[in-house]
Design a protein around this ligand. Structure first.
Ligand code: URA
Length: 192
């Protein structure tokens, strides 16, 4: 019998837990593979684990994650129910620096395989690093967040990173508009 998405993802996670493809493995407490419903239609992609995520092995569980969860709740999305969340790199970069291009290059294969299993209809990129990697390399996130493009049959939207919103609270209303756009898109695609 063929494996279902949940089993395939668990199998992939078990392989990922042993990954030593780049130097980030040396400083990690946990590989942060991803969290959510393997059957999700919407996938959120962040940059890489921070301190809390590294300690707990789950994406977006620090202050930025609390804000993300609030914004998700406002549009009836929930990491335990109807979305999947992962990062470009699965291990914490030291001092939360940006993941280097080589590290992203090494790690992106895991994300591609997650994507191939889940096959979401919508991808939301949280912040410039994810948006540049997934949507377009020269993205100007402050200017282009909220735009929806179709790429490879998947709807994609970049939005501001919740950690950036904590640093610049004045940007929160604009980011929330993006979430409302996502909600509308999901309604139009009959995904709720
Ligand atoms: N920031 C990210 O980009 N990802 C996380 O998992 C946590 C913070």
């Amino acid at each position: 019998m063929s494996m279902d998405k949940k089993e395939l993802l668990k199998d992939l996670e078990n392989q990922c837990l042993d990954c030593k493809r780049c130097g980030l493995c040396r400083g990690r407490n946990n590989v942060v593979f991803g969290v959510g419903n393997p059957e999700a239609e919407v996938m959120f992609i962040g940059e890489g684990p921070g301190e809390q995520e590294d300690l707990r092995g789950e994406p977006f569980v620090g202050k930025a994650g609390i804000l993300l969860d609030k914004m998700l709740t406002a549009i009836d999305l929930d990491r335990r129910k109807n979305i999947y969340i992962a990062n470009i790199v699965k291990c914490r970069p030291p001092q939360n620096r940006d993941p280097q291009p080589e590290e992203q290059e090494m790690c992106i294969a895991w994300l591609r395989r997650q994507f191939a299993i889940i096959r979401p209809k919508i991808i939301v990129c949280l912040g410039r690093i994810a948006a540049a990697r997934i949507i377009k390399p020269d993205i100007r996130i402050k200017r282009e967040h909220g735009m929806i493009i179709k790429k490879g049959g998947v709807m994609m939207m970049p939005t501001l990173h919740p950690a950036a919103l904590l640093r610049n609270p004045g940007d929160k209303p604009g980011a929330f508009e993006d979430f409302l756009k996502l909600q509308k898109l999901m309604e139009d695609m009959e995904l709720y």
